[in-house]
Design a protein around this ligand. Sequence first.
Ligand code: ATP
Ligand code: MTE
Length: 196
Amino acid sequence: MNEVLKIGLVSISDRASSGIYEDKGIPALQEWLTQALASPFEIVTRLIADEQPQIEATLIELVDREKCHLVLTTGGTGPAKRDVTPDATLAIADREMPGFGEQMRQISLHYVPTAILSRQVGVIRGSCLILNLPGQPKSIKETLEGVKDQDGKVLVHGIFASVPYCIQLLEGPYIETHATIVSAFRPKSAIRQSIE
Ligand SMILES: Nc1ncnc2c1ncn2[C@@H]1O[C@H](COP(=O)(O)OP(=O)(O)OP(=O)(O)O)[C@@H](O)[C@H]1O
Ligand SMILES: Nc1nc2c(c(=O)[nH]1)N[C@H]1C(S)=C(S)[C@@H](COP(=O)(O)O)O[C@H]1N2
């Protein structure tokens, strides 16, 4: 039987974690995943401050103890002094996946000229894929889903199109998505027929 996909969601924000404003990162991630994923999944969430040791410890815990297949972070990717999410992610990584950061900046340039200010990275630790998303809650849908025209035709692929195959290559569960939100791309030889 296919193992259930486990996803860690980490919102990294000084103000949301101290209650100055309500965290919109985790709800936005949860809402998008609920719309996009056709396969069952479970979620573990954490809301923490922009402190590198705390971010590193949280990522290690979600991967090594909670056994997440995928971890999505939001916030702390910019150039400000307290933006340290990419630094923490790289510090606990086994391997970097540079395509994810490159593609997210490409996508985001269609929405904001300051997209190049995000230092977001994608990495692998063990068998888990970890991806940094920017802190602006609307950037979650933008980067995961990509750019579409008025008829829903994809103009620039969202990064989530590549996530199911990446997790398959890491020997995690087989993930299916709703094509109206995002189509999961795989080579023909890697596609499995869904069992009803
Ligand atoms: N978790 C969040 N919930 C709601 N809005 C957020 C959140 N994180 C960021 N934002 C919004 O996106 C903007 C850019 O995010 P960024 O990660 O740079 O935050 P910041 O300015 O470092 O502040 P903080 O860490 O206190 O959220 C913030 O100024 C805020 O308006
Ligand atoms: N899709 C998208 N990407 C985006 C943005 C956005 O609003 N939408 N904001 C940019 C801005 S203004 C900054 S400073 C960087 C870093 O944001 P962070 O520190 O919130 O992670 O992400 C950039 N990437």
